[in-house]
Design a protein around this ligand. Structure first.
Ligand SMILES: Cc1cc2nc3c(=O)[nH]c(=O)nc-3n(C[C@H](O)[C@H](O)[C@H](O)COP(=O)(O)O)c2cc1C
Length: 174
């Protein structure tokens, strides 16, 4: 079985997971944008991973754009965010990002990292604005990802862990 891991990563967490999955499965690993529909023909399994930004999975349009080329292949998706691994959160992300013809694609979660250090000016500003807006809210009413983002903005956090790839590697074997 030949497989490939395709990723879209802004600050490196999704890339790290894509490389870990590639190491464990022996699959090729490439950044989205560096592979076209024709090249997908070589693979039986296609794993796509993207970082989460304002509840959207970065680069997820890759799957939609290549829906014809992906027909008949095993397709698996994963996303990487600051939120803890939470079922309600992941369902929301799934409902927002994997609709219609992508509704049957399984979605896994790998917790990423977040820190203002090294962030683009735009992202830093967005995070600070969000942090400020959350000051008005009682912390006990925070959504799981809001609490995580506050923590990350205040002190910087890296939650990446190889344990998150286990179910993805297992799903490749089925
Ligand atoms: C502007 C901005 C918005 C974000 N929005 C979310 C979000 O909605 N949910 C979440 O869990 N994490 C969110 N994050 C955290 C990222 O998903 C996290 O840093 C992830 O590790 C990024 O993956 P990447 O480095 O592969 O792009 C956000 C981060 C930034 C900078």
């Amino acid at each position: 079985m030949k497989g490939i891991v395709i990723y879209k990563s802004k600050y490196g967490s999704t890339k790290k997971y894509a490389e870990w999955i590639s190491e464990r499965t022996g699959f090729d690993c490439v950044e989205s944008g560096k592979i076209n529909a024709k090249q997908l023909a070589d693979y039986d399994t296609v794993i796509f991973g993207g970082g989460i930004y304002a509840s959207g999975i970065a680069g997820i349009s890759f799957l939609k754009k290549n829906i014809v080329a992906l027909n008949g292949k095993k397709v698996i998706a994963f996303c990487c965010g600051a939120s803890p691994d939470d079922e309600t959160f992941l369902n929301e992300i799934r409902n927002m990002n994997l609709k219609d013809e992508l509704a049957s694609v399984p979605l896994y979660y790998c917790r990423g990292a977040c820190s203002l250090n090294g962030m683009s000016f735009k992202d830093k500003t967005l995070c600070k604005m969000l942090r400020k807006s959350l000051e008005k809210k009682d912390p006990k009413d925070y959504a799981v990802w809001e609490a995580a983002l506050v923590e990350a903005v205040d002190i910087g956090k890296d939650w990446t862990d190889k344990k998150y790839i286990d179910p993805i590697v297992e799903a490749c074997k089925k």
